[in-house]
Design a protein around this ligand. Sequence first.
Ligand code: X90
Length: 274
Amino acid sequence: MIKFVADSSCDIHTYKGINFESVPISISTSEKEYIDNETLNLSQMLSDLEKYQGKSNTACPSVERWIQAFDGADEVYVVTITSGLSGTYNSALVAKEMYLAEHPEAKVHVFDSLSTGPEMRMALDYAVNLKEKGYSFEETCAMTQKYLDDTHLLFVLGSVHNLAQNGRVSKVIASAIGVLKINLIGIADEAGTIKQIGKARGEKRIISNLMGQLKTYGYQGGRVCISHVENESLCKALQSAILASYPDADIIYYPAGGLCSFYAERGGILLGFE
Ligand code: X90
C-alpha cells in the first residue's frame, strides 16, 4: 500500500482519492491545547489568542504519531515543514528508522520542504502525480526533490507577534514591524528560515511588492498555490494581478490550517510558486 503523509502545516487534512494522512502539530497556551486537525475551530483559536496575554507555543508531532501514520504502508512519502524552524523533520526521520527496523521491506522517504504551507502542498501534488503516472519510488523521490528545489514560498504576515514570542524571528525585526498595519513580507530562504524581503502597508502596496518579488525570484507563469488566514480578498486581488501579467498562470487559493494561521496570523497569506 502506498501512503502520502504530511504534517498539518501543509494546510490540508484530506486528499481526494488519495491515501493521505495529515499528522497534526499542536498549538497551546497555558489554558488550552489546539490540535491542528479537521475539527479545529480556526476562527475561535485566532480570537482566543488575540485576547490571550500569556505565552503560546507549538509542538512538533511525536515519533509515535508518525509511526501510527505509516502503519500498514509499504511505500510512504512524507513531506514536512522546514527543519530550519521545527523539530518535525527530525521526528519524522526517527520514525522512519524505527518503522524500517520493524518493516525492512518497506520504503519511506521524508522530504524536508525547507518551507511550509503551499510549497509543501505543491511537492505533495507533484509526488502524487508522478505515482499516478507509474514512476518508481526512487524516481518519485528524486524528481520531487528536484521540483522542491525549484519552487519557492513568499509570505505576508498579519503580525509577527507569535513568531517573535517563540524566538523564530528576531525581536529586532518584530519591533521594527510591530507598528500597526505594516505587514512583513518574506521568503523561505535556502536554509529554510525566514528572510525578510520587504514590508508594506495596505492591499495595493502588498500586491505590488509581491508582483515584484515573483519576478525577482524567477516566476514565469506556472503554478501558484496560496493559503490565507481569513483574507480571501487579498487572494482574489492577487489572482487578478498575476493573471493580468501571466494569463496562463494556474492559481488556487484556500484557507490556511491551524499551524500556518497561528504563525502567519489573521490577514496573512503564504504563496508557493514554481
Ligand atoms: O515545531 C513546531 O513547533 C512548529 C514550528 C513552526 C515554526 C514556523 C512556522 C511558520 C509558519 C509563517 C511564515 C512562513 C515561514 C517560512 C519558513 C521557511 C508560517
